[in-house]
Write a protein that binds this ligand. Structure first.
Ligand code: BYC
Length: 312
């Protein structure tokens, strides 16, 4: 390509971003924009797939047929979200199998939250309420992200996440109307998941290497800290409605700011979990590797069938 062509294409990219319009896969884009999207979308897709494990752990032990049907549907939705996101990523020129290899080799990440164990059935409700609640806060702005296929995938995902969040809240409110033991189970679960849910938004803004550039490119629409604040403000009244206490003595309404003040998550713990030292990192990746290996014959059969179709 000539210098003139390069300058023209870059000008077009800048104008689209400036106008808050969408970049599409056929459009020219800077290599770093493409790499940032691959990093974020792949991490998001892997989170959906690995995120099936903590809740999947309870499918066989759901307390009723109704709860089992709801949980199965939710975990299947997560597989679907992973597939939309891998497809969005493929439009950037990287295949789903390459992305899976990178995850299994530890070269791509998934959300820190899924490295915590699910110890009781209340965790299914807490994940729906807090984890999907945090996911919605983070993902609704991504419906307006500058890369077309990612934004369109997010629109559908957010609709389903909203159902997921409500099912979690409904499960917890049912338990809170139950016995003292059930109420204690909910509180214990919320105590374990509150801080890891806040960490889902990523490191504080002044320690986030990617935010500034991703905001300038319209990949991210809000900073990590702004979304974390929005989540806290949204969740405190819901906790009051449920009758659970959020485990933060510093949580207090700040009249001047018009927001809740809250304590700082343990960022050393966050860094350790992201590095692979969380309670379940090894187990999650080993399980994913096993599922991948056991699915090899399905991929081979599907490939052989597709080739036969082409020859016929
Ligand atoms: N966990 O510069 P930063 C779901 C990494 S699935 C692990 O702020 P960025 C669900 C980050 O990648 C929810 N790593 O990065 C599924 C970066 O490392 P690299 C998943 C994290 O990208 C099933 C470094 O830390 N949601 O809802 O600007 C059941 C510095 O961070 C985390 C998404 O993926 C973390 N929590 O901002 C139920 C949403 N946070 O790559 C529910 C899409 C940060 O430079 N992603 N890191 O080595 C995003 O919005 C952004 O990527 C983030 C991070 C806000 C997460």
């Amino acid at each position: 390509m000539t210098l003139v062509e390069d300058t023209y294409l870059e000008g077009h990219f800048d104008a689209v971003i400036e106008a808050n319009d969408r970049i599409e896969p056929r459009d020219w884009m800077p290599e770093k924009y493409r790499a940032t999207l691959v990093r974020q979308i792949a991490q998001h897709a892997h989170s959906e797939i690995i995120g099936m494990q903590p809740e999947g752990n309870w499918i066989t032990r759901a307390p009723s047929l109704r709860r089992k049907a709801i949980l199965l549907a939710k975990v299947q939705d997560e597989a679907g979200h992973g597939l939309y996101l891998y497809s969005a990523c493929e439009t950037l020129g990287v295949s789903r199998s390459e992305l899976t290899e990178l995850l299994l080799a530890g070269k791509q990440k998934y959300s820190s939250i899924f490295n915590y164990p699910t110890l009781s059935y209340a965790d299914v409700g807490t994940i729906g309420w807090l984890v999907d609640g945090a996911a919605i806060c983070n993902q609704v702005p991504l419906c307006r992200t500058s890369f077309g296929p990612y934004g369109r995938a997010m629109i559908r995902i957010c609709k389903e996440e909203s159902f997921h969040q409500r099912q979690g809240f409904e499960l917890l409110s049912t338990m809170m109307r139950g016995t003292d033991e059930q109420r204690a189970m909910v509180q214990e679960s919320v105590d374990r998941f509150w801080w890891p849910a806040l960490m889902m938004f990523g490191p504080p803004d002044d320690d986030s290497p990617n935010t500034a550039q991703s905001m300038a490119w319209g990949i991210k629409r809000d900073t990590n800290d702004d979304l974390r604040q929005k989540f806290v403000d949204m969740t405190v009244p819901q906790a009051e409605a449920l009758g659970v206490t959020l485990p933060d003595p510093q949580l207090v309404w700040n009249e001047q700011r018009g927001h809740y003040d809250f304590g700082s998550p343990d960022w050393a713990e966050f860094k350790a979990v992201v590095k692979g030292e969380g309670p379940c990192n090894t187990q999650r990746l080993a399980h994913r590797q096993r599922a991948h290996d056991e699915g090899a014959w399905v991929r081979e059969a599907a490939t052989a069938y597709a080739e036969k179709g082409v020859r016929a």
